[in-house]
Design a protein around this ligand. Structure first.
Ligand code: NPQ
Ligand code: MG
Length: 390
């Protein structure tokens, strides 16, 4: 593939209702989107437009999961756009200028000299991967070797003003068909809400909690009280760089520990497993530098008997589509945070993902299998720029 140019676009979308976590209250989703335009040698089968006798144009979409503010991770939307425009996109375009082909598999090694910025790198790799698969006509799920055609939908439930309000919200999500409930917790909003949800909805409910790094090891006595409620797992109780302390905590509580923020790479996943810092891993492609690394962590966990599930970052339909393909791999044995589009958005930028008997369909079209709806996309766009190969 030869890259013609890359569009960076920032969008701002209203959430249906505020989403409160231990790190703050979100009312909008700001996101950087990437459109890669490239040419592929003739012979591709997808909807590509013929340029001349030798090559066809293809486009790929990527979405960066970094939030507006660096509250979940050090990356944030404007910072991701900056590192993309100044360092990452130019590296990609330089390959074309030098007459070299780019493939999705080459993106991570190509960007390796730039340290960190995994969410920005992941978005660029996603766009190249989508363009490549658009060119060859293969679906992302097919490329991964996915084994399911639908994935079960779990829902992440924000911190509520009261336990009463929480029970109403959880009841509504269950009525919609979500098969697993994740409660956001923080010090002071932990034991009581979990106990109330378990009491109201019963032993059979698949229930887990996510602390987003809000506790310390000194809170082990409080966290131990959660052991009484038969939770599937507790996600990221301690700070991102506290892998060893998660291993300590795992010796003090019986609820399985799942790491999210701490697993920033394949190496971090291998370390966490070896140190027995977690019994479960949440895989988010953005957090680990891309879908190909996400796939590698899936393989590593499968080889080590560690169950994984696909995390969520309040994605639009673009990221949701790619997550569904990833979550269709056989090692994803727990329901992920892939809900219907209307969990967060009244209007998604793609055709909406809907729940069917608690399941989300894995797209079967080429690449990520969905495209933005142009006028909707334009309505939410706050800036665009085009970076042309020279
Ligand atoms: C998590 N997500 O698992 C995250 C964190 C998170 C679905 O619980 C705007 C954009 C708000 C991204 C809130 C879920 C967000 C966000 C929370 C990501 O830890
Ligand atoms: Mg989490």
């Amino acid at each position: 593939m030869k890259i013609t140019g890359v569009e960076l676009r920032t969008i701002r979308m209203p959430l249906k209702s505020p989403f409160e976590t231990s790190f703050g209250v979100e009312e909008e989703r700001v996101a950087v989107l990437i459109r890669v335009v490239a040419t592929v040698p003739e012979g591709g089968t997808a909807e590509v437009s013929r340029h001349d006798h030798h090559s066809a144009e293809t486009q790929g979409w990527g979405a960066c999961v970094a939030m507006e503010l660096p509250l979940y991770s050090s990356e944030y939307a404007d910072g991701a756009a900056e590192v993309l425009r100044r360092f990452l996109v130019p590296k990609l375009l330089a390959e074309t200028t030098a007459g070299r082909d780019v493939t999705a598999e080459l993106v991570d090694p190509l960007l390796e000299p730039i340290i960190g910025h995994r969410m920005a790198k992941a978005a660029l790799e996603m766009a190249v991967l989508d363009a490549q698969l658009q060119g060859s006509g293969q679906s992302l799920a097919g490329y991964f070797g996915a084994t399911r055609t639908t994935v079960p939908s779990g829902v992440s439930v924000g911190i509520q003003p009261s336990v009463h309000a929480l029970l109403d919200v959880v009841g509504d999500y269950l009525a919609e068909g979500h098969v697993r409930i994740k409660l956001k917790i923080k010090p002071g909003w932990d034991i009581a809400p979990v106990e109330a949800v378990r009491d109201r909805f019963g032993d059979q409910l698949l229930l887990q909690v996510d602390a987003n790094a809000a506790y310390t090891l000194a809170d082990a006595r409080v966290l131990r009280k959660l052991d009484a409620f038969d939770l599937l797992l507790i996600e990221q109780p301690l700070p991102e760089d506290d892998i060893r302390q998660h291993a300590e905590l795992a010796r003090l509580i019986t609820t399985p520990i799942c790491l999210d923020e701490s697993v920033v790479s394949v190496r971090a996943a291998a370390d966490a497993i070896a140190l027995r810092a977690c019994q479960v891993i949440n895989i988010k492609a953005g957090r680990v530098g891309g879908y190909l690394n996400a796939r590698r962590i899936h393989d590593l966990c499968q080889a080590n008997g560690i169950p994984v599930w696909c995390g969520g970052m309040v994605e639009t339909g673009l990221g949701r589509a790619a997550n569904a393909a990833l979550a269709a791999l056989p090692g994803f044995t727990l329901p992920g945070d892939i809900s219907a589009s209307d969990r967060f958005y009244d209007q998604d930028i793609t055709e909406p993902f809907v729940l069917d008997d608690g399941q989300i369909e894995v797209p079967t079209g080429p690449g990520i299998g969905v495209r933005p709806i142009q006028d909707v996309l334009d309505r939410f766009t706050i800036s665009t720029e085009w970076i042309q190969a020279t």
